[in-house]
Ligand binder design. Structure first.
Ligand SMILES: [Zn+2]
Length: 275
């Protein structure tokens, strides 16, 4: 008789554990209609922290993103190690979130990155135009975010910036799918197998700092790795991403946030040649 309550307790304990360790709350919102990028509707970036009880970090957080990475505050280091990406092809879905296009991969199939011994599984990528982070005050034309989450809900994002130039091959491969859900808010399209390895980095140098998600809930303690090399994209590709969302806004870049004494490191391998 004593066995049953023990099992029951174990089940309850397990359910509670799952509920409390569920990382879903701290991840990026999927319906972006509750906030805006322009201030004139009362839902702009300066008000995000007041719009929802779970979004207070957007207003009073001390480690918010994006930031400017200026030479004078960047410390060059060689101990961080290369970005360890073990990506593989997986089923993906393209979604119009309202302010951006998001490509998400199923389950844990698309692989992961490893930082300081912790594995962060790749969940999704999305684009901001113009770029959210700046280098020495310069804003670029586009920024891609690869969002990874660890088993205990910690977040690590890789950021890649682009300026106008030659086409980006990864975006070229998505054109048809992007066009298919243009103007359809909440529109979704199964894209099929996409290999995140096809998102080119092309450099071993990257900036590292601790920040936040740049959209609500603006969750903090996000490990940022921003690739130093600025890649290229065509004007048409940037336009397609914006037009596809069609949210009547010409931007989905959050304004720069205060550094608040945070350190920014630039990883450069000791045996650095060109990149
Ligand atoms: Zn983002």
């Amino acid at each position: 008789m004593a066995k049953l309550p023990t099992q029951l307790l174990a089940i309850i304990f397990f359910i509670v554990l799952v509920l409390y360790s569920c990382p879903a709350r701290s991840q990026e919102v999927e319906d972006e209609s509750e906030f805006e990028y322009h201030e004139n509707h009362g839902k702009g970036p300066s008000k995000w922290g007041e719009l929802h009880p779970n979004w207070t970090s957007c207003g009073n957080g001390r480690m918010q993103s994006p930031i400017d990475m200026s030479n004078e505050r960047v410390q060059i280091v060689s101990h961080l190690g290369r970005l360890k990406r073990s990506y593989r092809p997986a089923n993906s879905t393209l979604k119009n979130r309202g302010h951006d296009m998001m490509l998400s991969w199923e389950g844990e199939e698309a692989g992961a990155i490893e930082i300081n011994g912790t594995v962060y599984v790749l969940q999704q990528c999305h684009w901001h135009s113009p770029s959210e982070h700046t280098i020495n005050g310069r804003r670029y034309d586009l920024e891609l975010h690869l969002v990874h989450v660890s088993a205990d809900g910690k977040i690590a994002v890789i950021g890649i910036m682009y300026k106008i130039g030659r086409p980006d091959s990864f975006l070229s491969s998505l054109v048809e799918h992007l066009t298919a859900i243009t103007d359809i808010t909440e529109g979704e399209k199964v894209v099929g197998m996409i290999n995140p390895k096809d998102i080119k980095i092309g450099s071993r140098k990257y900036y590292r700092y601790i920040g936040s998600l740049t959209i609500p809930p603006c969750t903090e303690n996000v490990i940022w790795s921003i690739v130093r090399k600025v890649r290229t994209v065509t004007r048409e590709q940037v336009r397609l991403l914006r037009v596809a969302v069609h949210d009547s806004s010409d931007t989905n870049a959050r304004p720069l946030q205060a550094i608040n004494q945070r350190s920014v490191q630039l990883f450069r391998p000791a045996d650095d040649e060109e990149n």
